[in-house]
Design a protein around this ligand. Structure first.
Ligand SMILES: Nc1ncnc2c1ncn2[C@@H]1O[C@H](COP(=O)(O)OP(=O)(O)OP(=O)(O)O)[C@@H](O)[C@H]1O
Ligand SMILES: [Mg+2]
Length: 271
């Protein structure tokens, strides 16, 4: 009987991947820095409207893979990416693809808050301006205010939008960077250890924010904090020595990991 019903997602796929539409699909991805083989034959499905966490010991390739999702690795001359990465079913390494447009659709937030040396307002207005997302000044103002509100920063800065972004506290700067990232209405937000320079209170605020943003974005976060991965993510991917060892629903990864290496890592035996 060949009347097999084709299901789009395998039955053994993580729950979250079955519940949400697929956003990012990577197949057989290898990343090299010269001779160094930093990512080995990686395949993963990353769902939309969810937070996916990349965890694993230092040097295992988390940032490398994250950077291959918005082609930031293109800026590293020795770096070579092979395999296929699709976002919304489009090959992002397609020669005809406009990388500037791609990066506009994929926001990135880094470990160290890095506001531009400009006013709070300009930090957020810059992206929408260069991408032509506002028709006039009123439009632009609205985008800035909305983005600051979504980033949970507006109330704290509304009276000093013309002050330098660099004058804010670390946690506020990171929320400013998140406001800047969401101002261009991206579909994916990549965060590489966004809280590692922040105190616990600022961290808690960012985590709350990530939880709110997940309604509307596909979020991928790299974190060294297992507690953070458990708190904010629905999908967790464990990396080890360039291999994606295990990926699953966050609850499952932390309660019943299948691979010994995952188990050792989450119980603090290495890393
Ligand atoms: N620009 C580069 N040139 C050469 N090798 C690099 C470069 N960036 C990273 N690597 C190497 O690739 C491997 C993966 O590094 P990557 O930064 O992706 O790890 P990571 O998991 O993000 O680590 P960490 O948790 O310390 O941030 C490491 O062996 C690293 O030394
Ligand atoms: Mg890293």
């Amino acid at each position: 009987m060949d009347a097999m019903i084709k299901t789009p997602v395998a039955e053994n796929a993580p729950r979250i991947a079955r519940e949400k539409p697929l956003k990012i699909k990577a197949r057989n991805v290898d990343v090299y820095y010269g001779e160094k083989h930093a990512i080995k034959d990686l395949s993963i499905d990353i769902p939309d409207s969810a937070v996916s966490a990349f965890i694993g010991p230092s040097g295992c390739g988390k940032s490398t893979f994250l950077r291959s999702i918005n082609r930031m690795n293109d800026t590293i001359p020795s770096c070579r990416v092979t395999g296929r990465i699709e976002i919304d079913n489009r090959d992002i390494y397609d020669k005809n693809l406009d990388v500037v447009q791609l990066r506009a659709r994929i926001g990135m937030v880094f470990q160290k808050p890095n506001p531009f040396p400009k006013s709070i307002y300009e930090n957020v207005a810059y992206g929408p301006k260069i991408h032509g997302l506002a028709r006039n000044k009123t439009d632009l103002e609205e985008v800035v205010v909305t983005s600051l509100k979504k980033a949970g920063l507006f109330e704290e800065v509304k009276d000093r939008l013309d002050h330098p972004g660099t004058g804010l506290s670390g946690g506020q700067q990171q929320r400013l960077c998140i406001a800047r990232a969401i101002a261009v209405n991206p579909q994916v937000i990549l965060m590489d250890e966004p809280c590692s320079a922040l105190d616990p209170i600022a961290t808690a605020r960012i985590e709350e924010l990530i939880d709110e943003l997940r309604q509307n974005f596909c979020i991928v976060i790299v974190t060294h904090s297992m507690q953070q991965a458990a708190r904010v993510s629905q999908l967790t991917a464990f990396f080890h020595l360039g291999n994606l060892v295990e990926v699953g629903d966050t609850d499952d990864i932390f309660t019943s990991p299948k691979d010994k290496r995952t188990q050792d890592y989450i119980t603090g035996r290495f890393g």
